[in-house]
Design a protein around this ligand. Structure first.
Ligand SMILES: Nc1ncnc2c1ncn2[C@@H]1O[C@H](COP(=O)(O)OP(=O)(O)OP(=O)(O)O)[C@@H](O)[C@H]1O
Ligand SMILES: [Mg+2]
Length: 323
C-alpha cells in the first residue's frame, strides 16, 4: 500500500472580517470539514469549481493560513507548531507568482535560496540545472520584468524546487500558459515525479488533471466529495454510457428503428441540419467500433463522430452538482 504523506482531517476554515473597533462584520466558511489523503509519490489533482476552497486548502497546507480546527499531518507529523520543519520539505508555486522585476533569474534564485540557508555555490549549481531543465538558461541574465507570464511561472517553479523539497504544491500551475507551455510543464512534472517528488496541484481544468495526475480529489463547498485514482475513474467511465454525435448521410427510418431495438443502443435522437442527418446515440464506449462497422455495412456515409462530453467532466459535474 502507498505510504500516506499528507493527511487532512476534518479541517475547517472561516474567513472573518472585522471593523475598526474589532467587531465581526462578516464571515464565510471556506473549508467545512475537509478530509483528504495524498500518498507518497502521487501526483494528486485537487479539482473543484471556482470558490470550492482549493486555494484556501493549499494555503493551509503550506502554512500561509492556519486552519481553525482539524489536523494537517505531513509524514506523520502535525504541521501545527512545526512550521520551520516543513518549510524545508515543501516547495510552493502560488497561483500569482510574485517575483522582483528588477532581479535577473539568477539573482532571484540567489535571493530566495538565501531563505533556505543554502550556500551561494549550491544555489548556483542547483539553479543552473533547474534553469536548464525549465528552458530558461539563455534568459537567466535578463531581468524578470522582461519575462512573459509563462517564463515567470517557470522561474517560480525553479525557486520552488531549489531546496529539493519532498512535496511540491502548486496552485493552478497551468493558468496563463499556452498549450506548448502546458505540455512542457507536464513533461517536467512527470520527470520530477519519477524521481520521487510527490506533487499536489489544484486545477479546474479537467483534462489537465486527467492527463497529468495519478489521483484526484474532487472538492466543492469546502468538502471532499470524492477521492479516487485516475485509473479508478477511467474504469468507471468505461462502464458508463457516453453520448456520440454522428453526422451522416443516407440514414433511413428503417435503420433508425433497427438501432432503437438493439440492446447496445440506450437511446437515439435524430435531426436534420440541412446538410447532414445528426444522430445522437447513447452507448458504451466499447461499442463505438461496432456502431461504425454497422453503419458502414448499411452503406451510410459518416462525416464525423464526436463524443458529446469529456467523461471526467461528466463525473465532475455530477459530483459537484453542476448542470
Ligand atoms: N480573504 C478572503 N476573505 C473572505 N472570503 C474569502 C477569502 N478568500 C477566499 N474566500 C472565499 O472562500 C471560498 C473559497 O475560496 P478559494 O480561493 O479557496 O477557492 P478556489 O477553489 O481556490 O477557487 P478558484 O478556482 O476560483 O481559484 C470562496 O467562496 C471565496 O469567496
Ligand atoms: Mg484558487
Amino acid at each position: 500500500m502507498t505510504q500516506n504523506l499528507l493527511k487532512i482531517e476534518n479541517v475547517k476554515k472561516t474567513y472573518r472580517k472585522y471593523n475598526l473597533i474589532g467587531k465581526e462584520i462578516s464571515k464565510f466558511s471556506a473549508l467545512n470539514g475537509l478530509n483528504l489523503n495524498v500518498g507518497k509519490g502521487q501526483i494528486y489533482g485537487f479539482l473543484g469549481p471556482n470558490g470550492a476552497g482549493k486555494t484556501t486548502t493549499i494555503k493551509c497546507i503550506i502554512g500561509i493560513l492556519e486552519a481553525d480546527s482539524g489536523n494537517i499531518i505531513i509524514d506523520g507529523k502535525n504541521i501545527k507548531g512545526n512550521g520551520l520543519y516543513f518549510k524545508n520539505k515543501i516547495g510552493f508555486l502560488p497561483e500569482q507568482v510574485g517575483l522582483y522585476g528588477r532581479l535577473t533569474a539568477k539573482e532571484s534564485l540567489q535571493f530566495y535560496g538565501g531563505f533556505y540557508n543554502l550556500s551561494d555555490n549550491l544555489i548556483e549549481k542547483r539553479g543552473k540545472a533547474l534553469l536548464a531543465k525549465l528552458g530558461l538558461e539563455k534568459d537567466s541574465n535578463r531581468r524578470v520584468s522582461e519575462y512573459s507570464l509563462g517564463m515567470k511561472k517557470r522561474l517560480a517553479l525553479c525557486i520552488a524546487l531549489l531546496n529539493e523539497p519532498e512535496i511540491l504544491v502548486m496552485d493552478e500551475p497551468t493558468s496563463g500558459l499556452d498549450p506548448r507551455g502546458v505540455k512542457a510543464l507536464r513533461i517536467v512534472l512527470k520527470d520530477l515525479n519519477k524521481k520521487g517528488l510527490t506533487i499536489i496541484l489544484s486545477s479546474h481544468v479537467l483534462t489537465e488533471v486527467q492527463e497529468i495526475c495519478s489521483h484526484v480529489g474532487i472538492i466543492n463547498n469546502g468538502k471532499l466529495i470524492r477521492e479516487e485514482s485516475i485509473d479508478g475513474i477511467r474504469k468507471e467511465i468505461e462502464k458508463k454510457s457516453i453520448r456520440l454525435l454522428l453526422k451522416v448521410k443516407d440514414f433511413s427510418e428503417k435503420i433508425s428503428k433497427e438501432l432503437a431495438k438493439n440492446k447496445k443502443i440506450k437511446s437515439i435522437k435524430q435531426k436534420n441540419n440541412g446538410k447532414h442527418e445528426e444522430i445522437t446515440l447513447e452507448l458504451k464506449e466499447e461499442n463505438i467500433p461496432w456502431i461504425t462497422d454497422f453503419l458502414v455495412s448499411k452503406g451510410i456515409q459518416i462525416f464525423s463522430i464526436e463524443p458529446q462530453k469529456n467523461s471526467l467532466e461528466e463525473i465532475f459535474l455530477k459530483e459537484t452538482g453542476g448542470d
